[in-house]
Design a protein around this ligand. Structure first.
Ligand code: UDP
Length: 362
């Protein structure tokens, strides 16, 4: 069986790594790997291929950076001839990024079956581009591999045939488990470097922050308000903030005086901004953190498996299981809610969530 795996962005690399590794062990499967180039540089792409031991892609579509509205169509234009040439038995896509949807649409229009890993997750908020990608990808998928029971329920409610839905667990957590075995040494020294010069350094007590959802960082008013809240939190506990390129760009566009210099690090008001970290380094950073503040989908799943409390700065999540188990908390974007959740989390610091209670971890 020829399986064409298509990836494009940071979270995709984390998800595809254990799948490619298993496919390569199986004599009957010949996996192909296509990188769309959606994320393309050392920090957002190359380092992940190294850290996760992903083989060099068979194709790199080198989609131009900076496209927003037309990125899906541009990827389709570049992927279609590759699908025609290779005639895979199935195209496998992961997650909810533009490359996921583009590859699924290209496959279905080329009469190649589509398998979607991380199917069925729904935030029910179509203002999120990721939600549009999720819904549309599942609409054209022949095989839907689901990470948590809510995903199965969602797909069944949408009328998807039960025989095409498989509750299989979470490949991000497979990657995490593999990484934990390898991540000592260099990853830990990278964390020390990240903390150097911050008030977190002596005690190693800090919070980790990631932010990149369009609904938050593309709205200057909301982003400005959230930033003030983060400064307030930074006075209580230093925040280490590896800045996503999208967020960095928005900070520059809105003339944020706290914008991180390209090569430099910025240490402002208890918020220590650094460039995006490699996968192993970032896991190490999370593992030693007091808690994690994020709007990321993947980090919501990872951090509890590292025994960390997670405060999610969103009003809705497509991953409700962690909330039902009380290991992640949706705190929205309002000052009072975020600050009181942080205070509660700091008071509760001694009692760590049990990673075994993380449904994603099983
Ligand atoms: N990640 C990383 N370095 C960072 C920030 C995140 O390696 O500086 C990893 C994180 O461990 C997780 C993945 O990126 O595996 C999550 O990706 P992201 O938050 O970009 O996307 P989302 O999951 O929200 O789609």
């Amino acid at each position: 069986m020829r399986i064409m795996n298509v990836v494009g962005a940071r979270p995709n690399f984390v998800k595809i790594a254990p799948l490619i590794s298993e496919m390569r062990k199986c004599q009957d499967i010949s996996p192909l790997l296509v990188h769309t180039g959606q994320h393309y540089d050392e920090k957002m792409s190359d380092s992940f291929f190294r850290d996760l031991e992903i083989p060099v892609p068979d194709y790199n579509l080198c989609v131009p950076p900076g496209l927003r509205v037309t990125q899906v169509s541009e990827i389709m234009v570049r992927l279609a001839p590759v699908v025609m040439r290779e005639r895979p038995d199935v195209v496998l896509v992961v997650g909810d990024v533009n490359s996921t949807l583009a590859a699924a649409l290209t496959a279905v229009r080329s009469c190649v079956p589509v398998a979607h890993v991380e199917a069925g997750l729904r935030s029910f908020d179509l203002r999120m581009p990721e939600e549009v990608n999720r819904v549309m990808t599942d609409e054209v998928s022949d095989l839907m591999f689901v990470t948590e029971p809510s995903g199965v329920e969602n797909l069944l409610k949408e009328g998807k045939p039960p025989q095409r839905i498989f509750l299989v667990g979470n490949v991000m957590i497979d990657s995490l488990k593999r990484a934990l075995r390898r991540m000592e040494g260099s990853a830990i020294s990278a964390v020390r470097n990240a903390l150097r010069g911050t008030s977190a350094a002596p005690s190693l007590r800090y919070a980790v922050l990631t932010l990149h959802r369009q609904g938050l960082v593309d709205d200057p008013v909301l982003f400005g308000k959230v930033w003030k809240v983060l400064e307030e939190i930074g006075c209580r506990v230093p925040i280490i903030f590896p800045v996503h390129p999208r967020t960095h760009l928005r900070m520059r566009q809105i003339g944020c005086r706290r914008s991180m210099a390209d090569e430099d690090r910025g240490n402002f008001d208890g918020i220590h901004m650094i460039p995006p970290m490699g996968y192993l380094e970032f896991l190490s950073l999370q593992r030693q953190a007091a808690f994690v503040l994020t709007d990321s989908g993947g980090v919501q799943e990872e951090a509890p498996s590292l025994g960390k409390r997670v405060l999610v700065m969103r009003d809705v999540t497509e991953r409700p299981e962690g909330i039902q188990h009380g290991i992640i908390k949706l705190v929205g974007t309002r000052q009072a809610d975020i600050v009181s959740a942080v205070i509660e989390t700091l008071q509760d610091e001694g009692s760590r969530p049990n990673p075994g209670a993380n449904p994603s971890g099983e």
